[in-house]
Design a protein around this ligand. Structure first.
Ligand SMILES: N[C@@H](CCC(=O)N[C@@H](CS)C(=O)NCC(=O)O)C(=O)O
Length: 253
């Protein structure tokens, strides 16, 4: 290897991440015909049953090479183990490394990977008629929907009376979020419209795996359930779930 060009990039993957993973990454790049475009290998640190599944799924949708490191949650606290907490000062999943760069926060990581390796895929340009909708649902995921669900999860653990005004207000907020998703998906195949985008990748965790932590009912939302069937049929989603959480049946119903 001469220290420059593709040979150096391949060598680096082997050195950093081990031969088996490097071979996996190279074959993925070869399949997508993008070896030249992806000289750097990402490391996705996935905490079991967590929002980092979004990043595994994104990499699978894009067909980019990446090394997956899976960490189990602490059995008692269900939090990330100490080795995960050391990865980034925020101590929460997801975290990625891209060479010397380390970033956390799902939305930031999704935007980073799309900007660097997306080649215009899974996003919409400002000229696109659905651009505003795309941005809205992309940010709705962690700006409104996931916080609403998380607050209900915590309140549920406190076992407060069901008529407690805070409990009622938070349930109403979640119902409003689910109702707006239902209305959107009644009329559209995906959240941005006809195109599958990172808005879908951001929202789906809260509709699926999050229900293992707060088991809200999706039966009143047939359009959401039909959407989840479309998501579950995507080969990249299936691959991501099988790699990241092989013991979990994704909650799609
Ligand atoms: N807004 C953050 C949320 C990060 C977060 O709360 N991650 C959870 C997993 S879903 C976590 O790491 N929990 C374990 C812990 O806090 O130790 C993001 O989207 O990245």
């Amino acid at each position: 290897m001469d220290g420059s060009g593709q040979g150096a990039a391949i060598d680096r993957r082997v050195k950093h991440f081990g031969a088996v993973r490097a071979i996996d990454g190279m074959s993925l790049a070869a399949e997508s015909g993008n070896e030249e475009e992806y000289p750097i290998m990402l490391v996705v640190h996935h905490l079991g049953k967590s929002q980092s599944e979004r990043i595994v799924w994104l990499c699978e949708e894009l067909g980019i090479p990446y090394d997956l490191k899976v960490y189990d949650r602490d059995k008692v606290t269900r939090l990330a183990p100490p080795e995960y907490k050391k990865l980034h000062p925020i101590g929460a999943a997801p975290v990625i490394h891209d060479g010397d760069t380390c970033i956390a926060e799902s939305g930031a990581i999704v935007d980073y990977i799309i900007a660097k390796y997306g080649n215009g895929r899974l996003t919409l340009k400002p000229e696109h008629p659905d651009f505003a909708q795309f941005l809205y649902w992309l940010h709705f995921a962690n700006g409104t929907f996931q916080p609403a669900t998380g607050r209900n999860m915590i309140l549920n653990r406190l076992e407060l009376p069901t008529d407690n005004p805070v409990v009622t207000a938070m349930r109403d907020r979640l119902a409003l979020a689910l109702g707006s998703l239902e209305e959107r998906l009644k009329a559209n195949q995906f959240l941005a419209g006809t195109a599958f985008t990172t808005a879908d990748i951001m929202v789906v965790f809260t509709l699926t795996t999050m229900r293992l932590f707060y088991a809200y009912d999706l039966k009143p939302y047939p359009a959401i359930l039909a959407y989840l069937q479309r998501i579950g049929a995507r080969p990249a989603y299936q691959r991501a779930m099988a790699k990241g959480d092989p013991d979990m049946t994704p909650p799609l119903t």
